[in-house]
Ligand binder design. Structure first.
Ligand code: UT7
Length: 402
């Protein structure tokens, strides 16, 4: 069976217009621009406005991605939404997005924190590689501004809202997800959690007072985990692709904290020119972070046809995921047709040559036979003279001539 690859055929991002700078935060909570910049690299983040939701942002990003892919919602075979801050716990935001798009296909939500988008992309690749589906929408979208406690300076300065969407389609050449590495360490789950949301923590008055409906984080533990797992997973996915860091044109890490990225880059020993960072503009947008960075890298011309990208993320769970992604378009079908034509031409040339050589052989035999006949005819008087009969063959020839 012919090998099926996936590829990114469309991409689009959406960041809410409302910008919240570090200086704005100084007015909300006991923090300052100098601390946030030094400790995280973040300068500003986006926050949704009234009426915006995870599904509305996902739809905005998707419409752009579909336009780039030259597709409509009707062309989608599957929708995968990565989000840990959906419109509701039930129904899944993926079904809301499917309805809002007017698509007629299955839809599922991946809830793996910041890692969710890479999980989703790898999942989409499997469906395409097996031939089950053709066009799959993968969106990373978060409205973390609704899930942080704006009185907790440990968390509220870090996060932002946004959405990034890609359409994955089949390819006949080696593009798309070339390898991946995914993992989960649930024993560390409590380091980043919202204890009051879910069946184990149905919210009551006491929990509300403790603000347990919001995200709680042990920053130091998450930092340690991130700086260990980012280089480890990057190297593992490269090994799975039988590649080295030298083969990678652009590393796109989860945009959580510039210090985490710096440390990972130093541990890997990769040239920092090859590392894409845009967290100063958006903060940590969790599952939207990798697609927002990927799409911005593409829009800035940092990604060219054939480039090999490494996406690497970590997040709540605690989880991690990385993938080598080869950027590019499928082989032009007309090239395949041209190749078929060429094969046909070669065959026809061979046939013509065979015909020609048969004709030449026939011609040569005829010439020889005619020459031999003429020579024999010239010998006839001699045969008569000597009383010997002419050879039978010549007699026959004589007969046919009559
Ligand atoms: O997608 C995954 C999401 N999570 C992450 O990526 C988070 C990973 N962790 C981190 O990035 C870091 O742990 C932080 C940037 C969040 C914090 O850095 P840290 O080195 O772990 O700082 P800390 O919490 O130990 O606090 C150091 C100091 C403390 O002051 P003292 O006790 O030394 O006087 C804090 O009170 O910084 C203070 N501090 C702040 N000051 C101003 C903590 N947060 C703030 C703040 N503004 N927002």
């Amino acid at each position: 069976m012919e090998m099926r690859y996936s590829r990114v055929s469309g991409w689009g991002k959406y960041a809410p217009e409302n910008v919240l700078t570090n200086f704005d935060l100084e007015k909300i909570v006991d923090t300052n621009d100098a601390w946030i910049t030094k400790m995280t690299g973040i300068k500003e983040r986006r926050v949704i406005s009234e009426g915006e939701t995870a599904s509305s942002m996902a739809v905005e990003a998707t419409n752009k991605a579909l336009e780039v892919a030259g597709l409509t919602p009707a062309d989608l075979d599957l929708i995968i939404i990565a989000s840990s801050s959906p419109d509701y716990l039930v129904p899944a935001v993926s079904s809301t997005v499917q309805y809002k798009l007017g698509a007629d296909c299955p839809a599922m939500t991946v809830v793996s924190g910041c890692t969710g988008f890479v999980y989703g992309m790898v999942t989409a690749h499997q469906f395409i590689a097996t031939g089950a589906y053709d066009n799959i929408l993968v969106v990373g979208v978060e409205v973390i501004s609704k899930f942080v406690n704006w009185e907790d300076r440990n968390t509220c300065v870090l996060f932002g809202d946004g959405a990034g969407a890609v359409v994955m389609s089949p390819s006949n050449t080696s593009t798309g997800v070339m390898s991946f590495d995914m993992g989960s360490d649930g024993a560390k789950g409590h380091h980043l959690m919202a204890p009051g949301i879910g069946s184990a923590g149905i919210i009551d008055q006491a929990m509300l007072e403790r603000k347990e409906q919001y995200l709680q984080m042990n920053g130091r533990e998450v930092f340690k985990f991130a700086t260990r797992v980012l280089p480890k997973s990057t190297l593992q996915t490269l090994e799975n692709a039988e590649m080295t860091l030298d083969d990678i044109d652009l590393l796109i890490p989860h945009q959580a904290n510039a210090r985490i990225i710096d440390l990972a880059v130093r541990r890997l020993g990769i040239d920092e020119e090859k590392v894409f960072v845009n967290l100063h503009k958006y903060g940590n947008t969790a599952a939207a972070s990798i697609p927002l960075a990927l799409i911005e890298a593409v829009e800035e011309g940092r990604v060219k046809e054939g480039d090999k990208l490494c996406l690497v993320s970590f997040g709540s769970g605690l989880t991690w995921a990385s993938a080598v992604l080869q950027w590019g378009q499928p082989l032009d079908n007309s090239e395949e047709i041209a190749q078929e034509d060429l094969i046909w031409d070669l065959n026809s040339i061979r046939t013509r040559m065979a015909l020609t050589s048969t004709k030449m052989r026939v011609k040569a035999r005829t010439v020889l036979e005619e020459a031999s006949y003429k020579a024999s005819a010239m010998m006839l008087p001699l045969y008569t003279f000597t009383g010997r009969k002419p050879p039978r063959k010549l007699e026959k020839k004589e007969d046919t001539k009559k």
